[in-house]
Design a protein around this ligand. Structure first.
Ligand SMILES: [Zn+2]
Length: 193
């Protein structure tokens, strides 16, 4: 079955334009014409007791740039992360549980991002979380993505990264995000796609 495609939900829009991302953050490849698949990653932070949520970062990366970044992970980092994720996630099961069993029911992609994909923590109980989506042109593909990963699971992944990989990701961050150092702690770039 080909993946469901839905319009990109506003949660995945670029904050500065309030519209879907136009280009790859790294190579400026246009994304809206559908010539290349891309991932969107956004990080959010909420404040306990306040009904406010702010975007900490957000970007789109074309698949070739995403692959380049993933390949910069050391073998040890990649292996430790994937065995951690395999231990905690069953992606085919997740997809089967989320996708409606009949074609009459329309897909609601927000169902995909209500709980941390690793620990199952509900979004409302998380101070920090990241969202990840796979898009093509103006559509989001609904597969085992989109997903939400909470702060504690991100930390667990980061602990499994080698210093070499952390340096790579740090360099990527410094080059592409103008974020203040106190917010950088959990901005590790796309660890999961
Ligand atoms: Zn690119």
């Amino acid at each position: 079955m080909p993946p469901e495609r839905v319009p990109i939900p506003p949660t995945f829009y670029a904050d500065d334009t309030d519209a879907p991302f136009d280009e790859c953050m790294v190579c400026d490849q246009p994304l809206r014409d559908g010539s290349v698949d891309y991932v969107i990653e956004k990080g959010f932070r909420s404040y306990e007791g306040y009904d406010v949520e702010e975007t900490v970062f957000g970007y789109a990366l074309c698949m070739p740039c995403h692959a380049t970044l993933s390949n910069s992970f050391s073998d040890a980092s990649a292996q430790r992360c994937s065995s951690f994720l395999n231990e905690h996630m069953d992606l085919p099961e997740r997809t089967a549980a989320l996708l409606p069993s009949t074609e009459d029911v329309s897909v609601d992609p927000s169902d995909w991002t209500q709980q941390c994909v690793v620990y199952g923590t509900p979004k409302k109980d998380l101070e920090e979380y990241q969202l990840l989506a796979h898009c093509r042109g103006e559509k989001m593909l609904v597969t085992h993505l989109p997903l939400m990963i909470g702060g504690p699971a991100i930390e667990a992944l980061v602990e499994r990264l080698s210093n070499e990989t952390l340096d790579e990701l740090g360099g990527f961050r410094d080059e592409h995000f103008g974020v203040p150092p106190e917010l950088q702690q959990n901005l590790q770039g796309p660890v999961l796609a």
